[in-house]
Design a protein around this ligand. Structure first.
Ligand code: UFG
Length: 338
C-alpha cells in the first residue's frame, strides 16, 4: 500500500515509518519540520516538506503518490504549552486536521489512522482505563484530541472515511535509528536520562503528595516500537474493511515517577539526583490503560513491555546521540533499508 505519514519526521511517526517500510509499504513522509527532524527520515523514503494547512501541496502529494491511507502524527502535544497557547493547539490539532481530512476526501483517500492520547480522559474515574471510561480532558491538548475523535466519527458516518484512533499512554524508548529528541524536552524518561548523562544536574519531581503509594504520579509507559506496530495492525484492519474505531494503547502496568528513577539508576548504573518540586498543573495522579480491546480485536501484543528494557533502549540511543539528531552518525539513515 502507499501510505502518507503526516508528521513522519517526529518521534512516534519516524518509528512507524521504519516499521511500514520494513513491512514493504510505499511510504511518503509529509512534514513541515517545525518539530520533526529531517535526519529521522531515511534517505530511501520519499519526503515532502509541507504543512497540513497547505491543501494544494497535500493534494498534490496524495495524488502523485497514489496514497491509499494516511497516518496523522503531526499535532502539537505538550500539555503545558496548550494551556498557555490554546489557539495554537485548536488551530493545528483541530483546524489543520480538518484540512487534512478535506484533502483526503477530495482525493478519494478514505483510510485514516489517528494519534490520540490518554489525555482525553483527564482524571479518570477508575483504573484501568478502558475505551468506555468517561472522558473529561483537563487541558486544551486533551480537548483537541477528544474533539478530533468526534470529528472522525462524524466524518465516517457522513463520508465513509474510516479511521482508527489510537490513544497512546506514555510513549517512550527508542529503536536502533530513531529516538526522542524534543526541544524543549518535557518528558520524564529523556529528562531522567539527561541527568544520568550529566547534561542536567537533577530531576525535579513534580509533586510528592499524590494519593499513590510513594506520593508521585503513576503512568503507563509503552515502547514506541510497540506503538508503531499497533499502527501496522490498524492499517491491516482498515484494509480488511474494519469500521471506525478507537483503541487504548498501554502496557496495563503503572509505574510511579520514583520507580522510573530507580529503574533508570539500575539501567545506567548512575545516581540520578532528584529535587522535590511543586505539582505540574493538569497532571492526573494515575493513568493506567486497559488495552484488552486492541489485544483481542487486532492481536496487538507489546514486545518490549518491561520498564527496564524500555529504558535500556532509550539509554542506548541517548549514548549514541548525545545531542539528539544533530549528532546522528551520517551513515545511520542509510542503514535503514538493509
Ligand atoms: N515528571 C516529573 N518531572 C519532570 C517531567 C515529568 O516529575 O521533569 C512527571 C510528570 O509530572 C508525570 C510523569 O513524570 O507525572 C510523566 O510525565 P511526562 O511529561 O513524561 O508525561 P505525561 O504523563 O505528562 O504526558 C504524556 C504525553 C501526553 C499524554 C500522556 C498520556 O506527553 O501527550 O502522556 O499519559 F497525553
Amino acid at each position: 500500500m502507499s501510505i502518507l505519514v503526516a508528521g513522519g519526521a517526529g518521534y512516534i511517526g519516524s518509528v512507524t515509518v521504519e516499521r511500514l517500510s520494513r513491512a514493504g509499504h510505499k511510504v511518503v513522509v509529509y512534514d513541515n519540520l517545525s518539530r520533526g527532524h529531517r535526519e529521522a527520515v531515511p534517505n530511501q523514503v520519499t519526503f515532502v516538506q509541507g504543512d497540513i494547512a497547505d491543501s494544494a501541496t497535500l493534494e498534490k502529494a496524495l495524488r502523485e503518490h497514489k496514497v491509499d491511507a494516511v497516518m496523522h502524527f503531526c499535532a502539537h502535544s505538550q500539555v503545558g504549552e496548550s494551556v498557555k497557547e490554546p489557539f495554537m493547539y485548536y488551530q493545528n490539532n483541530v483546524q489543520n486536521g480538518i484540512n487534512l481530512l478535506g484533502a483526503m476526501l477530495r482525493c478519494d483517500v478514505k483510510q485514516f489512522i489517528f494519534s490520540s492520547t490518554a489525555a482525553v480522559f483527564g482524571e479518570p474515574d477508575a483504573i484501568p482505563i478502558t475505551e468506555e471510561t468517561a472522558q473529561h480532558p483537563t487541558n486544551p491538548y486533551g480537548r483537541t484530541k477528544w474533539m478530533f475523535e468526534q470529528i472522525l466519527r462524524d466524518c465516517s458516518d457522513a463520508h465513509g472515511l474510516r479511521s482508527i484512533s489510537l490513544r497512546y499512554f506514555n510513549a517512550c524508548g527508542a529503536t536502533e535509528l530513531c529516538g526522542e529528541d524534543h526541544t524543549p524536552e518535557t518528558h520524564l524518561i529523556p529528562i531522567v536520562l539527561d541527568v544520568a548523562a550529566g547534561k542536567r544536574e537533577s530531576l525535579g519531581i513534580f509533586g510528592r503528595d499524590y494519593p499513590t503509594q510513594d506520593g508521585t504520579c503513576i503512568r503507563d509507559y509503552v515502547h514506541v516500537s510497540d506503538l508503531a506496530d499497533a499502527h501496522i495492525k490498524a492499517l491491516e484492519a482498515l484494509g480488511k474493511g474494519a469500521a471506525t474505531n478507537i483503541y487504548n494503547l498501554g502496557n496495563g502496568q503503572g509505574f510511579s515517577v520514583l520507580e522510573v528513577v530507580q529503574a533508570a539508576e539500575e539501567v545506567t548504573s548512575r545516581k540520578i539526583p532528584c529535587i522535590n518540586s511543586p505539582r505540574r498543573a493538569g497532571d492526573p495522579a494515575r493513568l493506567v490503560a486497559s488495552s484488552d480491546r486492541i489485544r483481542e480485536e487486532l492481536h496487538w501484543n507489546p514486545q518490549i513491555a518491561d520498564l527496564r528494557r524500555i529504558i535500556e533502549t532509550a539509554w542506548k540511543w541517548k549514548l549514541e546521540h548525545p545531542n539528539g539528531y544533530g549528532s546522528a552518525p551520517a551513515a545511520a539513515k542509510d542503514r535503514f533499508a538493509s
